[in-house]
Design a protein around this ligand. Structure first.
Ligand code: AP5
Length: 194
């Protein structure tokens, strides 16, 4: 099986942490829309300023901007052998946009890894990160808004992928290595069953 994967989960579920480990293991690049927005914001360019006006409030950056950015990223040479999308798609319209982006390249999605972690667990993790990294969207108010938005807007998209039989549920609570091992095992079992 090729590895064209999504990593979905609430803020603080460990998507960025696990994306790095899984991508190293599978030798594919991670494509994190949140990280790309933060790079642009740090650079102070036009996209970064626009993104910051949404990300700092915990709102989604408009779909047309995000979809275009992913389209450009999927044209890069390094994703031809597979990729892990982290944090995209984040609503049902983005699922349809991604379907179009993949179809245009004759690609299909292989699996959606869904990391589960309860709200209070992720709040605690993100407040811990706020103390060390100071990410602008890691205030308690914005964290809780991001979590609410995940439940309202992102969780419903999982129904579409469940209908396709490609959602792999993984418990995101445990040590980083325990979760990484669960993801690898679940993915390998799934690949073996295809
Ligand atoms: P994004 O960067 O995707 O943020 P997020 O979804 O809120 O997720 P986080 O980065 O906060 O957490 P994570 O799940 O990656 O966990 P991490 O590994 O960092 O998006 C940011 C913003 O960009 C969005 O709010 C939105 O505005 C915009 N955006 C992004 N994508 C978009 C899209 N598609 N459309 C529109 N807008 C979009 O871990 C968190 C903390 O927990 C760390 O401190 C880590 O060390 C710790 N940790 C990790 N694993 C464990 C563990 N197992 N045990 C204990 N601690 C752990």
């Amino acid at each position: 099986m090729s590895y064209r994967l999504l990593l979905v989960g609430p803020p603080g579920a460990g998507k960025g942490t696990q994306a790095e480990l899984l991508c190293e293991y599978l030798e594919i690049p991670a494509v994190s829309t949140g990280a790309i927005f933060r790079e642009h914001t740090a650079a102070g360019d036009e996209l970064g300023q626009l993104a910051d006006s949404f990300t700092s409030r915990g709102e989604l950056v408009p779909d047309d901007v995000t979809n275009r950015m992913v389209d450009v990223r999927l044209d890069c040479e390094d994703v031809t052998g597979g990729f892990l999308l982290d944090g995209y798609p984040r609503n049902v319209d983005q699922v349809h946009a991604l379907d179009r982006l993949l179809a245009a390249r004759n690609w299909t999605l292989d699996a959606v890894v869904l990391l589960h972690a309860d709200d209070e667990v992720v709040v605690e993790r993100l407040l811990g990160r706020a103390a060390t990294e100071g990410r602008k969207d890691d205030t308690e108010k914005v964290i809780r808004h991001r979590i609410a938005l995940y439940h309202e807007t992102t969780q419903p998209l999982l129904d579409l992928y469940r209908e396709r039989g490609i959602v792999l549920d993984v418990d995101g609570v445990g040590t980083v290595e325990e979760v990484a091992e669960r993801i690898r095992t679940t993915l390998e079992d799934f690949a073996a069953s295809r």
